[in-house]
Design a protein around this ligand. Sequence first.
Ligand code: XUL
Ligand code: CO
Length: 438
Amino acid sequence: MTDFLADLSRLPFEGPDSENPLAFRWYDADRVVLGRRMEDHLRFAVCYWHGFCWPGSDVFGGGTFDRPWFVERDPLAASLAKMDAAFSLFRVLGVPYFCFHDRDVAPEGATWRETEALLDRVGEALEARMRETGVRLLWGTANLFSHPRYAQGAATSPDPEVFACAASQVRRALELTHHLGGENYVLWGGREGYESLLNTDLRREAEQLARFLHLVVEHKHRIGFTGTLLIEPKPFEPTKHQYDRDCATVHAFLARHGLLGEFRVNIEVNHATLAGLSFHHEVAYAIANDIFGSIDANRGDPQNGWDTDQFPNSTEEMTLALYEILRAGGMGSGGFNFDARLRRTSVDPHDLVHAHLGGMDTIARSLLNAADLLERGELSRFVESRYAGWSGELGRRILAGEASLAELGELCRDADLAPRCPSARQEMLENLVARRIR
Ligand code: XUL
Ligand code: CO
């Protein structure tokens, strides 16, 4: 077995003043923050997909990455070589978790039986490597978007046989995730959406999707998988309109179809921004509605509207999200996975290390900022005092349903109410946050 990153040992933590490009400046796995180790707060996971499966192609040109597993002719041997390379990166970064799509880790065979046998074979190899290294599985998922059969949707396909294929793939991917002790299972609706309303029955497709999700829930309980089911919202790309548009849309869908309590969300930073929302908004919304699950960390580019999937580098964006997460008690079974890819011009394997290192340091630094904000308590005290009226007699009676519209009308008239809210102090609060962001 060749070591993909044989020339690198585990990256050291050297602190903020280090000039070593191959050392962490902020991520110090054992440092205790608010009573918990950094590693246990952040639960970093490397994704197979962008790092090891994407060859560096774009619509104008082919792959640019020279990786041994792309040229290996035997598909199983290629998968195993890819796995070795992935575990080399996990070793160098010292990450506790990884995550994958079924087709990231194992190839398709000529028949379903063959494909399943290949997945089982790679699953055994993964299990052995996990046992040997202690690296755990944050989530597994099924790729229901690459194969041509899914071009018109998977669960929302006009053809029930395509639905059956998707169900079969999810069944196996969920079982493998369970077998490997995965802590979550992700469903990203890659092609669950439409290109044109002229050929689409929206009501029917929503019912198909709901049925699919119910089947996943039933199977989860049947096999005893205790991890969290996650839906990953995205507004468009590859389809023009995707049904899991954003957290609020997913939440409404779950409520309408009796699925609340069974699914949470895997929030991807740049999916939020593509939806015209902020990442902060999506995290806060999910927490406020009890569907927060996990984070898919990356960033877009403000200069274009593409899903550029770059590694995170904004401490401001991450600090605000982490502030919400810490305030809500932490990541739970979720973590920070990197759904991010190199630029196709970053052709050296070391670039994978620099990219993840930078993302991990950005998030670790943001954790410290967020913990500082939380410990000082200025923001939460301000928000609490802003709503203080609701703890008084009138507020309490309104919320308890003890005051009718007519009664409130009379109160206004009789007391000649003329309330004036004190300043919301947005600029002062923005300054306060800016002071904490390092
Ligand atoms: C694609 C995307 C996926 C999901 C998992 O935009 O985000 O990689 O994270 O299927
Ligand atoms: Co993602």
